[in-house]
Design a protein around this ligand. Structure first.
Ligand SMILES: Cc1cc2nc3c(=O)[nH]c(=O)nc-3n(C[C@H](O)[C@H](O)[C@H](O)COP(=O)(O)OP(=O)(O)OC[C@H]3O[C@@H](n4cnc5c(N)ncnc54)[C@H](O)[C@@H]3O)c2cc1C
Length: 312
């Protein structure tokens, strides 16, 4: 059994046999695309499987909660921070393209957009939708990220997940119980280590790159990319688009503190400068109340809201 042999500083624990530290009171704002949120009680960002195992070993001896973090592009973290251990998987990196099978095996921390661009450059089809998504492969697997009527579930064939006790499982899309922007991994203590996608080979790289460019252009012309956000805040309540419902209420530009409903796309809430997580949270609740009173419909957040917030 591994033990913690040294404390480098009172604010960090060095995990023996690795170059990984567990840091105390680590600010999470820079770890999220919203650029808001308080501190993690404990934070680790392992760069290897050995470092991850050592992190889990430390965690198994604590009686604290665990939270898993990718690129933080779908998270609203409370200004009061997160109790327990936050493990960021964004530095877990490896990538293998198999030209015999059209399979790509990538580690959780790889940006899904970068994998998509590399696949398109090879003339492989199936991930072009992912070029504008600012998250990691792990986040895409957990969220069933998607765009342009395609999603992760369409081309994923296997995800390798590990639990804090070291149990490793290989899960198929069926095991993951995929549906619109959900999987059975949400809210669970199972860390996605790597994923394998199967794409169609043999297309013209120029044609595939042109499609990725078109997808990016479409996004940039309809969505605000110039200010911090989490992308779409609410899930679309079929048959309506959440943005359309919010726009009908005249809420574009509505602001609480520095949090604002985007003028360009009403399902985006932007951090226009010094927004607090609490401002964004209040804006989410305000939109829910307005939509509910007009359409008797509860908009469900797509963004994961973590930690404690004050009710209105
Ligand atoms: C400008 C912008 C545009 C966006 N456009 C889209 C879009 O078109 N389509 C779309 O689907 N999403 C979109 N998003 C949202 C977001 O990018 C996706 O949900 C993405 O898949 C989240 O990945 P992430 O690595 O950032 O995950 P995070 O936000 O860090 O985490 C999301 C969830 O996954 C879990 N998680 C993350 N990594 C792991 C792991 N390795 N193991 C286990 N659990 C993990 C977290 O605990 C959390 O529950 C957009 C966001 C922004 C900011």
């Amino acid at each position: 059994m591994m033990t913690i042999s040294s404390q480098i500083t009172p604010s960090a624990i060095q995990l023996p046999g690795t170059n990984c530290q567990i840091r105390a009171n680590f600010s999470l704002a820079d770890q999220t695309s919203y650029r808001v949120g308080g501190q993690a009680q404990w934070y680790a960002a392992p760069r290897s499987q050995e470092a991850l195992e050592a992190t889990f070993e430390w965690f198994e001896h604590q009686d604290i909660p665990l939270m898993l973090l990718g690129a933080g592009s779908n998270l609203l973290i409370s200004d009061r921070g997160i109790d327990g251990l936050v493990i960021s998987t964004r530095f877990l990196r490896h990538r293998k393209f198999d030209a015999e099978t059209g399979r790509i095996t990538v580690a959780a921390g790889d940006p899904i957009a970068s994998v998509a661009r590399k696949a398109a450059k090879r003339g492989w089809r199936g991930l072009e939708w992912a070029v504008g998504i600012p998250g990691t492969v792990g986040g895409a697997v957990v969220m069933n990220a998607g765009a342009h009527n395609q999603c992760t579930a369409d081309c994923l064939i296997e995800a390798v997940v590990v639990s804090p006790d070291g149990t490793v499982e290989k899960l198929t899309p069926k095991d993951l119980n995929y549906s619109y922007r959900t999987s059975c991994l949400q809210g669970r203590q199972k860390l996605v280590l790597e994923a394998t996608f199967e794409l169609e080979m043999g297309f013209s790289p120029q044609e595939m790159m042109a499609i990725t460019q078109q997808n990016l252009q479409r996004r940039k012309s309809s969505q605000p990319y110039d200010k911090p956000s989490c992308g779409s805040v609410f899930r679309n309540p079929t048959p309506h688009a959440a943005g359309w419902l919010i726009e009908q209420l005249g809420l574009k530009g509505y602001r609480i503190g520095d949090a604002e409903i985007s003028q360009r796309h009403a399902n985006f809430i932007l951090n226009c400068g010094q927004a607090k997580a609490q401002d964004i949270f209040r804006l989410i609740r305000h939109v829910q109340e307005q939509v509910e009173s007009r359409w008797s419909l509860l908009l469900e957040p797509e963004v994961k809201i973590l930690g404690e917030f004050s009710s209105l």
